[in-house]
Ligand binder design. Structure first.
Ligand SMILES: Cc1cc2nc3c(=O)[nH]c(=O)nc-3n(C[C@H](O)[C@H](O)[C@H](O)COP(=O)(O)OP(=O)(O)OC[C@H]3O[C@@H](n4cnc5c(N)ncnc54)[C@H](O)[C@@H]3O)c2cc1C
Length: 437
């Protein structure tokens, strides 16, 4: 019997479990740990609440989750409740699928001003991640700035621009919907250091901005490269650029909310009130120009009004004691997923924050190949029995997949009209719904 511990129940964790079942069948026991009492990582707390068809991917993990030799061990944080060394004592192989949950910080003056957030925190807030339920962003001002030119920036701009009716069928949490209902925002500016040909935005997400109820996307035609240059792009990027060209050609409308694309714009400083500690009021931006595909400053500065700033400039894996870490890359130090003998990583914890949910599937299968190469003979460890003994001795109470089912049912039962669920936003509420106390 091979005892496998997977740390993290996001896509990378579940695809690794699926691959392990395919390879070893009944000859493997898989425990999937998560620090949250609920599974599925960013599918639950990252993917936009108005993109329910994508969130539905989690249903594909059900067969794996319910296999008799796979167990969800929720509310156990590795590095806090149990160490890597302890897990390695108990399991033949430990796979870190912990994602990249921390924001890359915006290293410019003023980034500690009020109403400035990283995207992990802001997205976690509207998606009901308990760590960010108390964020309390203020929407009393007129202008928001989102820094970054990827799909996360688009998600955030769209959520800020939508009217409440456009969240029908979405599982945006009540505290976020209420706050957005009272929002006084009339514009979002999306800042990108480089130009339209360098965006990391996909056509579907860009196209959505063109059909919002009260908001209109705006692109300065002067920022677009000559159309002939689009021919060199891959088909997906070409479609994305076509959307930007359409936004640039669009005639002004009476829609009261604008989503401005500000390309060739590098954030230089955030400006607040002079007393310090106050809220952000504007962002100073340096105009850039591309040199060999890289953005260089031109020395021309201007200000964009900003009552709310959200930086969506990437994520970092959280270090865990005893695990070698690549500080520059912001993820575990690894060679094709191998960290140390018996210790592996997969998904965003291995590659950094790029790719779609599906990108993590081949990653999961590849890591199981590595484990199979390293463990040709069945192991001799205690696995889950050993974990249970340690958890009991330590007073660590954990949540099972059956407990999650109860939380799931309770969330669905308390959904507002038209919504698929109303998430619990505190661990205590989740545990109560699971009948844990
Ligand atoms: C805002 C946002 C929107 C996105 N939208 C889409 C989309 O629409 N479509 C798409 O295809 N992709 C989307 N993605 C990308 C997709 O979510 C990722 O590719 C995927 O979730 C990465 O999977 P993962 O398993 O590596 O990490 P995660 O999904 O982050 O899972 C990591 C898990 O590990 C747990 N964990 C972390 N540390 C510990 C610890 N110490 N102990 C125990 N557990 C721990 C976490 O609680 C979490 O459950 C989006 C990403 C973001 C950030």
């Amino acid at each position: 019997m091979l005892h496998l511990a997977i740390i993290g129940s996001g896509p990378a964790g579940y695809y690794t479990a699926e691959a392990a079942l395919k390879r070893w069948g009944e000859e493997v026991h898989v425990d999937i740990f998560d620090l949250q009492p609920v599974p599925f990582g960013l599918i639950r707390s990252g993917v936009a609440p108005d993109h329910q068809s994508i969130k539905g991917v989690a249903k594909r993990y059900d067969a794996v989750a319910q296999a008799p030799n796979v167990r969800f061990v929720g509310k156990v944080a590795v590095g806090r409740d149990i160490s890597i060394a302890e897990l390695q004592e108990l399991y033949d192989a430990v796979v870190l699928a912990t994602g990249a949950p921390s924001d890359r910080t915006l290293e410019i003056p003023g980034s500690d001003l009020g109403n400035v957030f990283g995207s992990a925190a802001f997205v976690g807030w509207y998606n009901g991640h308990p760590h960010f339920a108390d964020l309390a962003p203020d929407f009393a001002g007129g202008h928001a700035v989102v820094i970054g030119n990827g799909n996360v920036a688009l998600d955030i701009a769209r959520i800020l621009a939508k009217v409440p009716q456009e969240f029908e069928g979405a599982d945006i949490v009540a505290h976020a919907l209420d706050a957005l209902r009272a929002s006084k925002l009339t514009s979002v500016t999306i800042l990108g250091r480089r130009g339209p040909h360098q965006i990391a935005m996909t056509p579907k997400e860009l196209g959505e901005l063109g059909s919002l109820e009260r908001a209109r996307p705006r692109v300065d035609p002067a920022d677009l490269p000559p159309e002939a240059e689009d021919a060199a792009l891959d088909p997906g990027m070409r479609k994305s650029i076509q959307h930007l060209r359409a936004f640039a050609a669009d005639t002004p409308s009476d829609k009261p909310f604008t989503i401005n694309f500000d390309f060739f714009a590098a954030p230089h400083a955030l400006i607040g009130d002079d007393n310090g500690g106050g809220a952000v009021q504007a962002i100073e931006v340096e105009r850039t120009a591309l040199v060999d595909g890289r953005a260089g400053g031109t020395g021309e500065f201007y200000q964009v009004p900003a009552d709310l700033v959200i930086s969506a400039i990437g994520y970092r894996t959280n270090p865990i004691e005893g695990v070698p870490y690549d500080t520059a890359a912001g993820r575990f130090a690894n060679e094709e997923g191998r960290i140390l003998p018996g210790l592996y990583c997969v998904g965003w914890a291995r590659r950094g924050p790029s790719g779609t949910i599906g990108t993590n599937r081949p990653d999961g299968f590849a890591i199981v190949d590595r484990i199979a190469e390293d463990f040709p003979a069945p192991g001799n460890k205690r696995g889950r029995a050993g974990f249970e003994a340690l958890a009991a001795a330590r007073g660590v109470d954990f949540v099972t997949f059956r407990d999650w089912r109860k939380i799931d049912e309770a969330e669905v039962a308390r959904a507002r009209d038209g919504a698929p669920r109303e998430k619990f936003v505190a661990f205590d509420q989740m545990l109560a719904a699971a009948g844990k106390h």
